[in-house]
Design a protein around this ligand. Structure first.
Ligand SMILES: Cc1ncc(C[n+]2csc(CCOP(=O)(O)OP(=O)(O)O)c2C)c(N)n1
Ligand SMILES: [Mg+2]
Length: 333
């Protein structure tokens, strides 16, 4: 077993060099994950990274931990099995917009509903990239893609709303270009109990480099995003002259002179389900895009309840005959 106190980022770099398109944000995320693992004070053998199919599907090869590169949408089922057989393992699932929100949406639903103690990173580039530019469930309406040559009429799904609706305990959104923020979120994710869900917005440098351009452009982004800092007022804008107030359970943007911040500006509370719900449901067209941690609330995980149940019923020490005798059984003739 490796001593966790001596681990560095280099311990999590594998012999296989990462292969993605030049300038793809996946390189940054891989590097940040390696930083987080090195800092987590967890023995190297206790990390498992599980992926499905997508551009970053090969990520488990590039990070030197245990891992599985599984088939499309099956990462969560394998992760659930890993956690139930060895709950102490720190299990990370890598997934992408089509992989989980389309073919894998059913599994996403149940992992969150059951509160399996896994960390889910959703790389959202709003496109099928590996198969070269088809419409995904997060592609914006009216976008032209190979499968929507005159524009998409689909309403896109918002992964954050999905996670909040399923009462996922830790929900966060970042952008691959927000390097410090992503690192903060990943570091915190190692500590949280219950399902962790982090959406990482990206563009695809090859097929939709324009996607998310407003929130990635340093010159203008502060007018398009709002940072949800715990216990801090919800202020945004390049000149810090706009903010959110909450009235009748709805958010509203107000503008003000930055020298005198109005005292009715809402203060963000990441321990509040209600706050996360209001901010997470702000219509995208009229409000800045919230990034940072929407909520961070620990709750008993599925694995904990499962272990307790095994303990209380002493079922592990019983023979199959004893188990069958204890419960109502019948014979099919
Ligand atoms: C069961 C199955 N259906 C379809 C495919 C083909 N396929 C491979 S990757 C992909 C799209 C992946 O898109 P996304 O999940 O957004 O990941 P990205 O490529 O953008 O990283 C599809 C449709 C497959 N490999 N397996
Ligand atoms: Mg994609």
């Amino acid at each position: 077993m490796t001593e966790h106190t001596t681990l560095t980022k280099a311990d999590f770099v594998s012999d296989t060099p990462a292969k993605w398109c030049p300038w793809c944000g996946d390189f940054i995320i891989l590097s940040q994950l390696q930083n987080t693992f090195a800092k987590a004070w967890i023995p190297k053998e206790d990390f498992v990274v599980i992926s499905g199919i997508g551009c970053a599907g090969r990520l488990p090869y590039y990070i030197d931990t245990y891992g599985f590169h599984t088939i499309h949408w099956r990462a969560p089922t394998i992760a659930t099995g890993v956690k139930l057989s060895n709950p102490k393992l720190q299990t990370w699932i890598m997934t992408w917009d089509w992989d989980w929100l389309s073919i894998g949406a059913n599994h996403l639903f149940h992992v969150m509903r059951k509160n399996i103690w896994v960390k889910i990173l959703l790389f959202n580039n709003e496109i099928y990239a590996l198969t070269k530019w088809q419409l995904s469930p997060t592609t914006e309406r009216w976008r032209i893609t190979k499968t929507t040559p005159i524009g998409s009429i689909d309403k896109p799904v918002d992964p954050i709303k999905f996670a909040l609706w399923l009462e996922c305990g830790f929900v966060a959104r970042t952008i691959d270009t927000e390097i410090a923020l992503t690192q903060t979120i990943l570091d915190k994710a190692t500590l949280v109990k219950g399902t962790v869900f982090v959406e990482i917005l990206q563009n695809c440098v090859t097929f939709n480099s324009w996607t998310n351009s407003c929130i990635r452009n340093r010159e203008i982004k502060e007018d398009y995003i709002i940072r949800l800092e715990h216990n801090k007022p919800l202020i945004f804008g390049k000149n810090k002259d706009k903010g959110l107030i909450i009235e009748n359970f709805k958010a509203k943007v107000i503008e003000f002179n930055p020298e005198s911040i109005p005292n009715n500006i809402a203060i963000y509370d990441e321990m509040s389900n209600e706050m996360a719900y209001i901010i997470g449901n702000m219509p995208k067209d009229w409000f800045p895009l919230p990034i940072w941690i929407f909520k961070s609330i620990d709750s008993a995980s599925y694995e904990e309840l499962y272990s307790e149940m095994l303990e209380e019923t002493n079922i592990k020490n019983k023979s199959l005959e004893e188990i069958l005798e204890d419960w109502e059984t019948w014979e099919v003739k």
